[in-house]
Design a binder for this molecule. Structure first.
Ligand code: TEU
Ligand code: CA
Length: 565
């Protein structure tokens, strides 16, 4: 830790690794990853050099959305293990200098959570107001036209009382009513309970959706979408969101010893919002996950995919770097359990380019200013999956989209093509540990088929090969720990208009770093940079395709270099 970092900004030098427990490592042969499996792989994570582990949800859940539908916040789903396993994981992680961050899913619960079971039982139940109940409109239909993130209306008619409840995600994920102070206190007390148990913070699921405009106004109609509309302006970054987050901070985090981490997942967040959310003086969250750069290859709707223009990517990420330069802090990610695989999306998964482009992506991302996140398998250059038919998909979002799109007359083949590019299932196939059956993920039948390329792309092979994507990630993570300019330097984008060169500098206390990366399979001269000759005598800190002829020589296919002077 350098003097430049105050104790509560420790995360500037940290790298986070995300585990999707269901797909990480099965330990008991039931085909589903579990906590024992995570504990068994801690040495692997320590070798990679990460500082923080973020676990996707492991709480009791009907698994309608793979655990993002929680029916008991203070117990563990038997699929994953027990509370005693979590205690052991905390202890074993801490023993290796790794902090543990848990997923916090409190925009909604499962419909099987006792709170909702009570709430739906009658209109005068004390917990009725814990969720969003509304009478049918004057035509006996849903209270408004909002479209759910998982297709269809956000409203579900409940037979018991003849009223509708709101669910922004699946009908098994009813939204909690944060207007009710009892709801907020129940959540805060649950969070305190987890921190008391020894965890080191929370990744807060869709946390910028908890404050809604309480009149729930109609959304702007979505063309061709059977009467549904876009409700997002009425629940993203809503009127009381900052108040709620400050209250949470005061009630849960204030005065706690230790180095905690809070990251808010915030679809639709702007740079201006993020400055407010992450300004340390405002006591809301340490950083946010923003979605701008992962929306650049979407058309009007998530499922209309279009080619990514590198200039757009640089413009977007560059704006976030500039916007949070003085106040606040960025999260940096290409991948998580909701996104297709980075190497297939931003790099190239063609056999001749996969390794180089995966390393390039790691280099570029990790040398930005912000806290980088590695999603399981990214450090191996795991790719998208060759899904053949609609039956190969598992995720509720993909399955619903396919059904609805085909029902409403879309061509099944083009729907499938969109799914192959954009489905969250690309990220959710099991971790590829070795070349044995099912990639060493399970001795039983895996809940989801392993990507057939596991025979070549797997952790055992990568750890044994000093030139692998794994060791490159290890080196770039180490760079954040050893080179203060990576964690603390300023950021300056270069050649913003160039279609294939990603180049920027970082400056800190008399040291300057230059990152140059060739996002193409063609050779690329660095002459497009104004003063490239000034870097001729600089040191090559990190490269990805073997020693270059000189530090300023033309970049080979998918080559990236980090120079220091
Ligand atoms: O995701 C929130 C979210 O808005 C999207 O990333 C979502 O995955 C999808 O792209 C909608 O089109 C979070 C979780 O990360 C996700 O896994 C959950 O399904 C969702 O919230 C509900 O809890
Ligand atoms: Ca298991």
């Amino acid at each position: 830790m350098t003097d430049a970092v105050t104790n509560d900004q420790w995360f500037r030098e940290a790298v986070v690794y995300q585990i999707y427990p269901r797909s990480f490592q099965d330990s008991n042969g039931d085909g589903i990853g579990d906590l024992r499996g995570v504990i068994d792989r801690l040495d692997y994570l320590q070798a990679l050099g990460i500082d923080v582990l973020w676990l996707s949800p492991i709480y009791t859940s009907p698994q309608d959305d793979n655990g993002y539908d929680i029916s008991d916040y203070q117990d563990i789903d038997p699929t994953f293990g027990t509370l005693a396993d979590v205690d052991e994981l905390i202890e074993q992680a801490h023993a290796r200098g790794i902090r543990l961050v848990m997923d916090l899913v409190v925009n909604h619960t499962s419909d099987e959570h006792p709170w909702f079971v009570e709430s739906r039982s009658s209109t005068d139940n004390p917990k009725r107001d814990w969720y969003w109940w509304r009478s049918p409109d004057e035509h006996g239909e849903a209270p408004n036209n909002w479209e759910s993130f998982f297709s269809g209306s956000v409203w579900e008619l409940d037979e018991t009382t003849g009223e509708y409840y709101l669910h922004l995600f699946s009908r098994k994920q009813p939204d909690l009513n944060w207007e009710n102070p009892e709801v907020r206190e129940a959540v805060y007390s649950m969070m305190r309970w987890w921190l008391d148990r020894g965890i080191d913070g929370f990744r807060m699921d869709v946390i910028n959706m908890i404050s809604k405009i309480t009149s729930l106004p109609e959304g702007t109609p979505i063309p061709g979408n059977s009467g549904l509309g876009d409700g997002t302006p009425h629940f993203l970054n809503g009127p009381r969101i900052h108040e709620f987050l400050q209250e949470m901070h005061a009630s849960v985090f204030e005065g706690r010893a230790g180095q905690l981490l809070t990251v808010g997942e915030m679809p639709g967040v702007t740079v201006e919002d993020a400055i407010l959310y992450t300004d340390p003086a405002r006591h809301e969250v340490d950083m946010v996950f923003q979605f701008e750069h992962v929306g650049l290859d979407h058309g009007d709707h998530k499922w209309d995919r279009r080619a990514l223009d590198l200039r757009e990517l640089k413009k977007s990420l560059g704006r976030w770097q500039d916007g949070l330069a003085e106040v606040g802090w960025n999260s940096l990610y290409w991948n998580n359990h909701d996104q297709p695989r980075a190497v297939s999306r931003f790099g190239s998964d063609a056999p001749e380019h996969r390794v180089a482009s995966a390393k390039l992506l790691g280099t570029v991302l990790h040398v930005h200013r912000g806290t980088p996140y590695v999603y399981q398998g990214e450090e191996l250059g795991m790719t998208n999956v060759p899904f053949a038919t609609s039956d190969d998909f598992s995720d509720i979002e993909s399955v619903n989209y396919y059904r609805m799109a085909v029902e409403s007359g879309s061509d099944a083949e083009s729907v499938l093509a969109n799914l192959r590019l954009g489905s969250r299932d690309n990220a959710r196939t099991p971790m590829q540990w070795d070349s044995s059956e099912h990639g060493g993920f399970t001795t039983g039948t895996p809940w989801f088929r392993v990507n057939p390329n596991y025979t070549e792309i797997n952790a055992e092979a990568a750890v044994a090969d000093d030139d692998s994507v794994f060791h490159h990630y290890r080196r770039v993570i180490e760079l954040r720990h050893t080179e203060p300019a990576v964690a603390h330097g300023d950021f300056h984008m270069l050649a913003a208009d160039h279609p294939t060169l990603y180049a920027f500098t970082r400056r800190h206390e008399g040291v300057e770093l230059l990152v140059v990366a060739n996002f193409s399979g063609d050779e690329l001269s660095l002459d497009v940079l104004d003063d490239v000759e000034q870097w001729a005598g600089s040191t090559l800190l990190l490269g990805n395709v073997g020693a270059p002829a000189s530090v300023t020589a033309p970049l080979r296919a998918w080559e990236a270099r980090v120079l220091r002077r």
